[in-house]
Each structure stands twice: as structure tokens, then as C-alpha cells.
Ligand binder design. Structure first.
Ligand code: DC
Length: 215
């Protein structure tokens, strides 16, 4: 178990997790780790190599031959695969379409969860994802599940100019067998539909103080 502090932020697509987790990390002086970006990065990598994402054995074989490094640069996570930085491709349409399939493969999750735990060994982190409070760091007392209405989430993606089938991704992420998106029983729930990013961050900080995080 890490002796560092971990704030877990889970929730469905376009719930506001990334903006909130990044702003929260800055306020706390913690590093920000985007676990969805890791699943997106490996998805981009296998697609680049024309691997059929519906063949789990082929996906796993490709990833096991690849060097996957997760590092913190300026207090933010960055993933390098075989020395390539896929950051500018993480929201490509083909990645949006394939990421739920790749992230449902148990061995892919095992590989990436090990990288996530590595990041928190030497750093205080705010980590966002789908299973951070339920599976990756179940022992942390600081876990939040943030959500917004489906209408608000679709509007947020459209405002970002993105084509992302969030309803289909949510269905896939919530119904998969391996570490599905669930609300951890001890997570604090926050509905962000009517809140600004700062409003959500202030609410999380208020609850973290109540839970004894020295801020
Ligand atoms: O947070 P995001 O929308 O960028 O995540 C992309 C996909 O990665 C998401 O559809 C499911 C997967 N994911 C996951 O399975 N577990 C996580 N901890 C984070 C993301």
C-alpha cells in the first residue's frame, strides 16, 4: 500500500472528471493522473499496428512486446509507448470507438493498473478513471464518484467539438466483466450537472477536509 495520499475520482464519460481532477490536483499541489488516457494510448498504439481490437490475444501480444512507460511531467501523467508520445491522438474518432473494447480485456487492465500504482508510490496523486476507488486503490479513504445528466454530458462533448458515442461507451464500461464502472460503496457522490468546475472542486475540498485530509 502507498504511503502517499490518493484522491480517486471516478465517473462516466463527460461527467467533468478530467477538468475537475486536474483543477483539484493543482489546488492540492498533488500530481494529476488520467487513467483513461492510458487506456486511450494503448488503444491508439494497437490500432496503429493494425491489430484487430476484437482479438484480445492479439491486443495483449502486441502490448506485451511494447515498452509502456508512465511518467509524471510537470505534475501530470504522460504515457510513452515504444518511445512514442500519443497525446495528440488520444481523442481520435477511431480511438473513441475502440477504447471500451480494449479496456475490457482483463490482461490490458492488469498491465495498466500496475503502471497506475507505480505512479502513486512516490507521489500524492489525484487519479481519475472508472475503477480507481473500487479496484486500483480501494484502500484510499478519499474517493469520489462524479456524474451529470446524460443531456449535460452530451452537450459537454458537443461543445468540445467531439464525436463521441458516450451512451454506448457508458453501456460498455458499466457492463463489462472486468472492473466495470460502479459507484464504490464508500465513494462520495457529486452531481456536476448544475455546477461549475470550481464549484465541484470546492465541494470536494470541503468533503476532503471533513475526512481529515490536512489542507
Ligand atoms: O475517461 P475517458 O473517457 O478518457 O476513458 C476512456 C475509456 O477508458 C473509457 O471508455 C473506459 C476506459 N477506462 C477504464 O476502463 N478504466 C479507467 N480507470 C479509465 C478509463
Amino acid at each position: 500500500m502507498s504511503s502517499h495520499r490518493i484522491v480517486a475520482i471516478d465517473g462516466p464519460a463527460a461527467s467533468g472528471k478530467s477538468s475537475v481532477a486536474l483543477a483539484l490536483a493543482r489546488r492540492l499541489g498533488f500530481s494529476y493522473v488520467n487513467s483513461g488516457a492510458m487506456y486511450r494510448a494503448v488503444t491508439w498504439h494497437v490500432l496503429q499496428h493494425s491489430v484487430d481490437v476484437r482479438e484480445p490475444a492479439a491486443v495483449v501480444a502486441k502490448l506485451e512486446q511494447s515498452t509502456i512507460v508512465c511518467e509524471l511531467v510537470d505534475n501530470q501523467s504522460r504515457i510513452l509507448i515504444d518511445d512514442h508520445d500519443p497525446t495528440s491522438h488520444l481523442r481520435d474518432d477511431n480511438v473513441n470507438r475502440a477504447v471500451s473494447i480494449v479496456s475490457s480485456i482483463p490482461r490490458v487492465r492488469q498491465i495498466l493498473v500496475a503502471r497506475m500504482r507505480e505512479c502513486a508510490k512516490a507521489n500524492n496523486v489525484v487519479m481519475e478513471g472508472r475503477d480507481i476507488g473500487s479496484v486500483v486503490f480501494p484502500e484510499t479513504p478519499f474517493k469520489f464518484y462524479i456524474d451529470a445528466s446524460p443531456e449535460v454530458r452530451v452537450q459537454r462533448r458537443q461543445a468540445e467539438g467531439q464525436r463521441d458515442e458516450i451512451a454506448a461507451r457508458d453501456r460498455a464500461d458499466s457492463s463489462r466483466a472486468a472492473s466495470p464502472l460502479i459507484v464504490a460503496p464508500d465513494a462520495e457522490l457529486i452531481d456536476t450537472s448544475a455546477l461549475t468546475i470550481d464549484g465541484v472542486v470546492n465541494e470536494i475540498i470541503r468533503r476532503l477536509k471533513q475526512k481529515g485530509l490536512p489542507i
